[in-house]
Write a protein that binds this ligand. Structure first.
Ligand code: FAD
Length: 383
């Protein structure tokens, strides 16, 4: 915890959520089997819901703790140490929650935020499509005004984390044929809150993934799916701003990278000690170097979250994502070599972590877009 000149100390995730630690033990124990089966274990998801962590980004007036970016990143990291697949489910859920809390109508907030605070509503974002490109500029999914106060949504989404396990999807759809503005999402698009049970919504497993195998990252399609005008989050002109909102709060997927790298390092340290490998200077030095890189990435992620109310939060959150994902990949690759042939066995824990680490760079915004967006956001005098 850190006290600044203006702000009160912000409690970390463990202080805010006393039930998180036992839930994580349960989740960690099933992570390997879930990865092998390539599906989310419902008992792990139940443990996550019961831990109270889904409520984290819900403001106090709607029954949540109103946590800031630092506590959200902290919770996501802790979950990633136990199971990276569930950590990305949690991250995307918290990002939707924060968008709802900032941009939702009173009706939307009443409808969803209390349920999220109670752990009864899991949210997911379904934006990506085949051929849409990382910036989501070429969406084929459309939402067309269809009679008074109704939208009709049609299209197919890919790589939707939480497909089939989420209760509500935040759907990005083209609402205008005119060229819109925006580097990630566009003003020709709108976001809609669509309940998973709505007629015309269908979720299916997607292609077999290399990593994040139990994150329910799959396909969601919309066919003649009708929702009320009140399902739209904000206005089209605000879409790019709504999309980037969690980064302005300091939320970063870099927290998942740090969690993965920490889990890999902790397990390697234990294994190296048990196997007598610490006698070798080369092993000790390699482990020390990995530890330093993980600590530095952790500090950057923390810094992104702690800047929640300041101008630099957005840029640092994007840079933290790009950096921590690279650190997670390189830490796992180094540890795979340091541990020798034992780590060449497919079921060795470092291999699952290495596969999971690869995913973070591809998740939105992918690394090239993080660098592009952070570079385009002009530093302010406070930077
Ligand atoms: C595990 C996982 C979970 C995901 N979860 C979700 C989710 O919940 N919801 C969702 O909507 N999406 C999700 N995604 C999808 C993710 O957002 C997409 O992978 C992404 O938008 C497509 O990015 P891309 O870089 O592959 O796209 P492409 O635009 O096809 O780019 C392919 C490659 O080309 C290069 N490239 C492209 N453009 C540039 C450029 N301007 N500069 C430099 N290089 C460039 C890069 O190397 C890039 O990796 C998930 C993906 C993964 C892997």
């Amino acid at each position: 915890m850190r006290a600044s000149g203006h702000a009160l100390p912000v409690p970390d995730a463990r202080t805010l959520l006393p039930d998180l630690a036992p839930a994580l033990d349960e989740i960690r124990a099933r992570a390997e089997a879930s990865d092998e089966q390539g599906r989310t274990d419902p008992r792990s998801l139940d443990a996550l819901r019961a831990s109270g962590v889904l409520a984290l980004a819900v403001p106090r007036e709607y029954g949540g703790p109103g946590a800031d970016g630092r506590a959200v990143n902290d919770a996501v990291r802790l979950v990633a140490e136990a199971d990276a697949s569930l950590a990305i489910v949690l991250f995307l859920h918290c990002a939707v929650t924060a968008r709802l809390a900032r941009w939702g109508s009173e009706h939307q907030k009443e409808r969803y935020l209390h349920a999220i605070a109670a752990g009864d509503c899991l949210a997911a974002s379904v934006w990506s499509e085949q051929n849409a490109g990382a910036s989501k500029a070429r969406l084929a999914t459309t939402a067309v005004a269809d009679g008074p106060g109704t939208w009709r949504i049609d299209g197919s989404k890919t790589f939707a984390t939480g497909a089939g396990i989420a209760d509500v999807y935040l759907v990005l759809a083209q609402t205008s044929t005119e060229a819109g503005k925006g580097g990630y999402g566009s003003t020709a698009q709108s976001l809609f809150l669509v309940d998973a049970a709505t007629a015309g919504v269908r979720s299916r497993p997607g292609p077999d993934l290399v990593g994040m195998r139990s994150s329910a990252t799959g396909l969601v399609s919309f066919e003649d799916c009708r929702v009320a005008e009140g399902a739209r989050l904000g206005r089209a002109a605000q879409t790019p701003e709504i999309i980037s909102h969690p980064h302005h709060l300091g939320y970063t997927l870099g927290a998942v990278g740090v969690g993965i790298a920490r889990a890999a390092l902790d397990s390697a340290l234990t294994e190296a000690a048990d196997r007598g490998l610490l006698e070798h200077q080369a092993v000790r030095h390699a482990l020390a170097e990995v530890e330093a890189s993980v600590e530095a990435a952790h500090a950057l992620v923390d810094r992104a979250g702690a800047r929640a109310l300041q101008h630099r939060g957005f840029r640092i959150a994007l840079l933290a994502k790009a950096h921590a994902s690279a650190v997670a990949e390189s830490a796992c690759a180094r540890l795979q070599r340091v541990l020798g042939s034992a780590a060449f066995v497919a079921t060795h824990p470092v291999n699952r972590l290495a596969r999971d680490a690869r995913a973070i760079a591809h998740m939105g915004p992918p690394t090239h877009l993080c660098h592009e967006m952070a570079g385009a956001a002009r530093p302010t005098s406070e930077d």
